[in-house]
Write a new protein. Structure first.
Length: 217
């Protein structure tokens, strides 16, 4: 708990006490809540280490030479948000998260633990003067802010930004400029890419009879 309170992360790799290279699983901070409630109720002083082992979740391993689109598909398929990176000999090399991957594509993702200038244009949402029901949105715009501004209902359970939402829907990394997806009743098109970073999106409100399958062009 001291580590969690100090670092404020939501997921932690758990190592075997006898082998610093052996990751036995991933501990989610939220999985400790029932244990903490039990401690308070029964006035216990600490969490038993054996009980802690029972809380860890099966890790996803990924080679350090794996492609980013392979990692994205693996994270989506297993519905986890952190992978353990290993070298060719199976030695622990580090961890990579869904947010790490998406930041390589859409730029920095701002969350409640990050500091940024309140006067920045990070939440830039501008109505297109030439197209009806269309807005130009920066990829780094927080989903919640976009929902508040446009009255949309995009899900921010797994990702925080509009660029991350688009990448999650696409499910691959490649030549992204011009790609579009339909999420709910919105068509979202990638209009500007700089290097490997998505910069800007175009959001168009569509009628139900105009909806197409997600991933269509």
């Amino acid at each position: 708990m001291d580590i969690i309170l100090e670092t404020t992360h939501s997921r932690y790799p758990v190592f075997d006490s006898q082998d610093d290279d052996a990751v036995i699983g991933i501990l989610l901070a939220k999985d400790l809540i029932p244990i903490l409630v039990h401690m308070v109720r029964d006035q216990e002083d600490k969490i038993d280490s054996k009980r802690l082992r029972d809380l860890v979740r099966q890790p996803l391993y990924i080679s350090e030479t794996a492609r980013s689109d392979t990692l994205l598909r693996s994270l989506q398929r297993t519905q986890v948000h952190m992978a353990i990176v290993v070298d060719e000999f199976g030695n622990f090399g580090g961890v990579v998260t869904m947010e790490d991957l998406l930041e390589e594509i859409v730029g920095d993702i701002v969350d409640e633990h990050d500091d940024f200038d309140e006067d920045s244009d990070i939440n830039n949402i501008v109505a297109d003067p030439e197209k009806p029901n269309t807005w130009r949105v920066q990829a780094s715009t927080v989903i919640e802010d976009c929902n508040d501004e446009l009255g949309s209902h995009f899900d921010d359970t797994d990702v925080d930004t509009m660029g991350g939402l688009v990448m999650q829907a696409l499910g691959y990394v490649g030549d992204l400029e011009g790609e579009s997806v339909v999420i709910d009743d919105w068509k979202i098109t990638i209009t500007d890419v700089e290097g490997r970073f998505i910069q800007n999106l175009e959001l168009t409100k569509i009628n139900p009879d105009q909806q197409i399958l997600i991933g269509s062009h």
